[in-house]
Design a protein around this ligand. Sequence first.
Ligand SMILES: *Cc1c(COP(=O)(O)O)cnc(C)c1O
Length: 350
Amino acid sequence: MQIDLGKIYHNAQALVARLSERGISVTGVTKATLGLPEIADAWLRAGVSGLGDSRIENVNTLRRANVVAAVTLIRSPMLSQVDQVVALADVSLNTELEVIRRLSGAAQKVNRTHGVVLMVELGDLREGIMPELLENTVAEVLRLPNISLEGIGANLACRSGVSPDAKNMAELSFLTDSIEAKFGIIINIVSGGNSANLDWALSGAETGRINNLRLGEALLLGCEPLHRKIIKGLYPDAITLVAEVIESKEKPSKPWGDIAQSAFGEVTQFEDVGSRNQSILAIGRQDVDPDGLTPPQEITILGASSDHLVIDSSKSATRLNVGGEVSFQLNYSALLRAMTSPYVSKVIKR
Ligand SMILES: *Cc1c(COP(=O)(O)O)cnc(C)c1O
């Protein structure tokens, strides 16, 4: 995998600038990169206000690399990890009082203050406190020692594809105002969502109280996740996957013999289109989501098993040779898996 830090920096800088005009700061979400410090550093230079990751292990990676930034754990902490969360993260996104009580206990033990952002359910039905119960939760949180209520937030378009829009964002603004009025406090962070919020945030619509977005995909892949459109002026190829050819042969296009399921349960209808240039790349489902790869124009992906990606390169002007390389663009799913595979080396171009 090749990571072009110049393009990574450019994507972040462009979004930070456009969102800052709308009064919105950016938390750079590193989870798809497993908390890769070089990317985090590039984002910080580009002006993100802080970093976020869903896994405390990745936060630990950032800390051990001496990345200096406010770090938010963006998945509700596991009870079994509260001590680590307090030690490593400045803030965490939360929905369960039981967890926040335990964070409070852990923070008291080490004499620290841990920041909490309460997540509100706005319809996507993943994490979040039901809006009508937010007030009660706030009242409890404000009583807990060594916990500071830093903000409220929401997350949409992840589980059910519910789009952020004027209506649900106005609800989050309204909840912010009413919590402030009821408790006489100031809510610093109103974190409206993720990359799926960009259409809304950059549309010129009223942004209300929303002053932060948590962005991963848009910064890494230059696209918004609702319709997977490339965001104007951003690079979709800041990260590419390069795979090596291990077999290259002329083969028939139609398999022979009695056909049942393939290794991953697919049953394919094969058409006989004659003899083709077929190559195998040394990468498979253990390393990447093959459905999330975009090959160069002259190449078609034919299939994938655990360790093999089979391609047709008949349209290529030059024959692919053993030892040759093919480079792909990745979608989020392919990126996530490739970053997580220990077999895929991460080569950083500065
Ligand atoms: C993953 C995640 C994000 C970032 O999402 P992108 O679509 O990559 O921008 C933001 N917030 C939460 C809670 C997440 O889990």
